[in-house]
Design a protein around this ligand. Structure first.
Ligand SMILES: Cc1ncc(COP(=O)(O)O)c(C=O)c1O
Length: 404
């Protein structure tokens, strides 16, 4: 039996619950899915990218088809530094990775011992929970209000954990258009959180795949920008930026920036795991920046997505019964529904499938033992406008029929 060969960590590793749930609803004719976290394929800049891939391989193949640098392509790093405009940072502050997923892994791997505490928002991104779990970290989640992570609850939790002799190393946060809740941290909360973490010697891991996907409202500075520009503590924060929802997740382009010594350790992990991210794709991304395509493309995506978000918010408003509440993001790709305490979205998932609509039950976004069951995540970037209208009607009808 191959099972007897598996390491202890592999034996207890959970399969991707979301993938299983999505698989359970695959091939159901007429089903409308708000479950996945997919960007719309209509936003992928296929024409420019196909031209750049051809050019890069033809003109620079001698270089980019060779093994590359573990810290990432120098041209891409140069473009990223220019794009973000930090005058005090150098290429040593930055590495490129195979998606944000790898950066989250390398950072966690570089700092967490088994049993070390990592703090996060409740709910949070399942992919990161899986990483923290694989490293056998002690994951402690703290509820959010409309302005982001609740600082009173955070303070209380940190006190309790320290009294119990726990070592708290990192706070993991997704400040903009959070996955799964769609909440953006207010400016005031950003400052308060950073000051708190500085005082308490807690490193901040800022996961940022969505801040550029803002369709309305005022742009907020990232935690990294505040720590760097206003607090003169740039390395309190390590920021991870992904281009999955901008260029397409298949390209797997992302980067991390922060303390050069920490980045250097993360690069050592990348060297062991990958040797290097895909050199061809990194150079294509560099040329995409150099050709001035990135910012206009982001502008187009935001214009493209806004009607989808507006439609979902309008339909929720007109269709949902009064006992349902939801977040109202100004960007990103998800929003979050709260149901009455005694409704369980894990169970609802199966009846929703019979009503030809699907979502991810909210409980999947909490560390084990800390779950909430009366909530769900909805994605608004993959279904058509018509599907959003019909799907929300179906969900609302189901909720009205089971809860009076
Ligand atoms: C908050 C968050 N972090 C990280 C990722 C993973 O991004 P990538 O495709 O760059 O690995 C996602 C993807 O959905 C996400 O929502």
């Amino acid at each position: 039996m191959i099972n007897s060969y598996f390491s202890e960590t592999t034996k207890v590793m959970k399969s991707s619950l979301i993938r299983e749930l999505v698989a359970a609803t695959k091939n159901v004719p007429g089903l409308i899915s708000f479950a996945g976290g997919f960007p719309s394929p209509a936003t992928f800049p296929k024409d420019v990218l196909s031209k750049l891939y051809a050019e890069v391989v033809a003109d620079e193949g001698k270089d980019v088809l060779q093994y590359g640098a573990s810290e990432g392509d120098a041209q891409l790093k140069g473009e990223l530094l220019k794009w973000e405009g930090y005058t005090n940072l150098t290429p040593d502050n930055l590495m490129t990775t195979v998606g944000a997923t790898n950066a989250i892994y390398y950072l966690s791997r570089a700092v967490l011992n088994e049993g070390d505490v990592i703090l996060c928002e409740a709910p949070t991104f399942l992919g990161s929970l899986v990483v923290f779990d694989a490293l056998q970290a002690d994951v402690q989640s703290i509820p959010m209000d409309n302005e982001g992570i609740d600082l009173n609850l955070l303070t209380e939790k940190v006190k309790q954990l320290r009294q119990a002799g726990k070592k708290i190393k990192v706070l993991y946060t997704i400040p903009d258009f959070q996955n799964p809740a769609g909440i953006s941290m207010s400016l005031k909360r950003r400052h308060e959180l950073l000051n708190y973490c500085l005082r308490e010697n807690i490193l901040v891991m800022e996961d940022n795949p969505y801040s550029r996907l803002r369709f309305s409202g005022e742009e907020l500075p990232t935690l990294f920008r505040i720590a760097n520009d206003e607090m003169q503590h740039p390395f309190l924060v390590t920021e991870i930026v992904s281009f999955s929802k901008i260029l397409g997740p298949g390209m797997r382009v992302a980067f991390a920036k922060g303390n050069p010594e920490l980045i250097n350790k993360m690069v050592s992990w990348q060297q062991k795991v990958n040797i290097t991210p895909d050199c061809v794709t990194q150079r294509v991304a560099a040329k995409y920046f150099a050709g001035g395509h990135m910012n206009p493309h982001i502008h187009l995506i935001c214009e493209f997505y806004k009607p989808y978000l507006d439609k979902m918010l309008d339909c929720l408003n007109s269709e949902m019964p009064g006992f349902v509440q939801w977040t109202k993001p100004q960007g990103g790709i998800f929003l979050w529904l709260w149901l009455p305490e005694d409704l369980n979205a894990d169970k609802l998932f199966f009846s929703a499938k019979d009503h030809l609509v699907t979502f991810i039950p909210g409980s999947k976004f909490y560390p084990e033992g800390q779950e909430k069951y009366n909530c769900m995540r909805l994605n608004f970037t993959y279904s058509s406008i018509e599907q959003i209208e019909t799907g929300i009607k179906r969900l609302a009808q189901l909720l009205k029929s089971i809860y009076v």
